[in-house]
Design a protein around this ligand. Sequence first.
Ligand SMILES: Cc1cc2nc3c(=O)[nH]c(=O)nc-3n(C[C@H](O)[C@H](O)[C@H](O)COP(=O)(O)OP(=O)(O)OC[C@H]3O[C@@H](n4cnc5c(N)ncnc54)[C@H](O)[C@@H]3O)c2cc1C
Length: 294
Amino acid sequence: MYDVIIIGAGPAGLTVAIYAARGGKNVLVLGDKFDSQLAMSGRIENYPGFEGEGMELLIKMEEQAKKWGTKVVTSRVLDIVYEDEIFKIETKDEHFNGKVVVIATGAHPRKLNIPGEEQLLHRGVSYCAVCDGALFRERRVFVLGYGNGAAKAAYYLSNFSQVKVLCTKKRLRAEAIYLRELEKRGVEVLTGVHPIEILGDEVVKELCYSIEGNEIKELVDGIFIEAGSLPNNDLASKLGLELDDKGFIKVDSDCRTSMDHVFACGDITGGVRQVASAVGEGAIVGVRMGARDL
Ligand SMILES: Cc1cc2nc3c(=O)[nH]c(=O)nc-3n(C[C@H](O)[C@H](O)[C@H](O)COP(=O)(O)OP(=O)(O)OC[C@H]3O[C@@H](n4cnc5c(N)ncnc54)[C@H](O)[C@@H]3O)c2cc1C
């Protein structure tokens, strides 16, 4: 029986683990760090005290959690129930029991849901510039999106590809640093784009989109979709936790959910969805865990 079971091996979950394990609790983390958004984020330049690859930061966090006695099992949680005052958690191969559960399951990319998107996934369509960008060296790519994710992806891809941003809103809303760099590098940004269809057979060949009602078909080798993210809330729903209208878990200022003994932190609670905020919420939960009699 674990005192605390943390579901999610991203920055939020690993921060809880560091604090709770240092606080003397018997802690288990379930999740895959390579599946964390931080592993796909590329270079991080806005986390205080660290500038470098997201994966490097994540590995350090995991090492730190393990150093204080946290057990980390790289497994996906398939089911969770609360019975006889115990959380019973099931993965593909094992069962785990815990007294308190922390949900830190993060988020996943939002799809555009246009024809061709699913059929050509991994054949020119990608949701991760850092993972797949190198496959499009010296080739023509579009970034479809509207915010910081789109600007950051375009900035990264412009290091080695010919990039155009197709912004699906009236304005690309992103940190000034990315906007300045895109301008300096001559990256074209079209605004008010309405994507219609991704065309291709074996691989992506064209994107069909419209601007102010004018339909355009343009040749392209790769399409990177950066249309925001959606919460990984399956387990929260299984437990019957209260969610907001966008599906994020509702928490109070101590990251308590609507169910006793269940906490949530990081991107799964919504908000600004950054590494620093995930770590901040993780610290709140971890401190509470450390101080709790379990
Ligand atoms: C492309 C990109 C670039 C980014 N750039 C920046 C940046 O420059 N600066 C910044 O501050 N932030 C950036 N972010 C955001 C940042 O990565 C996230 O805010 C942060 O990773 C959220 O941490 P988290 O721990 O809440 O969730 P995540 O990092 O998403 O981790 C979620 C964890 O939950 C696990 N999980 C999910 N479901 C289950 C399940 N059923 N069972 C077990 N485990 C499960 C996953 O395996 C994963 O380990 C970027 C994100 C992306 C996608």
